[in-house]
Design a protein around this ligand. Structure first.
Ligand SMILES: [Zn+2]
Ligand SMILES: [Zn+2]
Length: 134
């Protein structure tokens, strides 16, 4: 099991089962909400369990172009990711307290990456979404 929490400890979550991917997302939402980019852990929605503070999770959806809400702690501002989208979870790996054992496999949404940030590793880069085959 992989556990996670926000900075102030109000919100805690657990992930059972194995995540399907860990990627660095460079979309404009991650840039502004998480700082430059965020590491996003993706897996089956049924494997994500909010164990504490579920009713306190704040959600923001600033416009019709957004496909889903972004979740964060209203007390400390910790970015939690999108949490559940349909049948998958998208969790900000920065909120994890355990090693998810999986390692980053790609950079995604690089079309939105700021020019001043240069990617210096050998991971594959995708201008948009990339959901690996499982
Ligand atoms: Zn918090
Ligand atoms: Zn993103």
């Amino acid at each position: 099991m992989i556990t996670g929490s926000c900075l102030c400890g109000t919100i805690k979550f657990e992930i059972t089962g194995e995540p399907s991917s860990l990627s660095y997302c460079h979309c404009s939402r991650c840039r502004k909400a998480a700082g430059v980019f965020s590491a996003v852990l993706i897996g089956k929605a049924d494997d994500l369990h909010i164990s504490q503070g579920a009713e306190q999770i704040a959600k923001i959806n600033p416009g019709p172009d957004w496909k889903h809400e972004r979740c964060f702690c209203p007390h400390c501002g910790t970015s939690l990711g999108d949490l559940t989208i349909g049948d998958i979870y998208v969790v900000a790996a920065s909120a994890l307290d355990d090693d998810p054992k999986i390692r980053p496999m790609a950079h995604i949404h690089t079309a939105s990456k700021p020019d001043w940030y240069e990617i210096n590793d050998g991971l594959p880069q995708f201008e948009g979404d990339y959901i690996p085959e499982k």
